[in-house]
Design a protein around this ligand. Structure first.
Ligand SMILES: N[C@@H](CCC(=O)N[C@@H](CS)C(=O)NCC(=O)O)C(=O)O
Length: 210
């Protein structure tokens, strides 16, 4: 199994965390190591990451995570209780479907280069969508009937592996996270774990060292 990704790839970081939490052996392939144009040939969607299973390519982190959860069920990344499981998926979906996709570099670049939007307005755009998301995520954690150590349980899972890369991305984009105490506390607990540390951008082979 090969994971095609890049050191700074928050959707890829979700998958890396899942692979490490499940202790699945995989080969990390930075796209910079491929021939020019090869990645586009492998993955017509062109976005990172992709999972290569004996030549079959799965695009989209959510599809990859579903595949891993179905194929390597233990340890499960999803809570056993159906309602809590749905809540964990909803938490992750807000990040992956609603927020990340509006703030990624290709969207920011398009706004700047093709739409002529100035840097300040692009920052307003990014801030608007990310802050809406962060507020909703914080409130969701606040309303949990049990204040678990991780988002939706005593072990880290589906929601946590979406949260941690999203918080890093928000920081890179200059968002002040100090109002989100529960998100930060959960992130801190996750970052103490090896699976999260191994998935960090700086732990990847293609992380720029100089
Ligand atoms: N919905 C996709 C998002 C993937 C995505 O946007 N990846 C970004 C990096 S985090 C990317 O490929 N950027 C390169 C580009 O936009 O060309 C997923 O979850 O896999």
């Amino acid at each position: 199994m090969r994971l095609l990704s890049r050191w700074q790839n928050s959707a890829g970081e979700r998958v890396r965390i899942a692979l490490h939490l499940k202790a699945i052996s995989f080969i990390y392939v930075p796209v910079s190591a491929l021939e020019p144009g090869e990645y586009a040939r492998l993955n017509p969607q062109g976005l990172l990451p992709a999972l290569d299973i004996d030549g079959r390519i799965i695009a989209q982190s959510s599809a990859i995570l579903d595949y891993l959860e179905g194929t390597y069920p233990q340890p499960s990344l999803l809570p056993a209780d159906p309602v809590v499981r749905a809540e964990a998926r909803a938490f992750a979906a807000l990040i992956a479907s609603e927020r990340h996709s509006l703030s990624v570099q290709r969207v920011r670049r398009f706004l700047q280069s093709d739409m002529g939007v100035d840097d300040e307005k692009v920052a307003t755009w990014v801030n608007h969508w990310l802050v809406l998301g962060l507020e909703a995520l914080e409130e969701t954690l606040r309303r949990r009937p049990i204040q678990w150590s991780f988002c939706f349980g005593t072990d880290p899972g589906w929601a946590d592996l979406h949260l941690v890369p999203q918080l890093s991305a928000a920081r890179r984009l200059g968002i002040d996270l100090s109002a989100y105490a529960l998100l930060l506390l959960t992130e801190e607990r996750c970052n103490e774990l090896e699976a999260f540390q191994l998935a960090r951008p700086e732990a990847q082979a293609d992380f720029p060292r100089s």
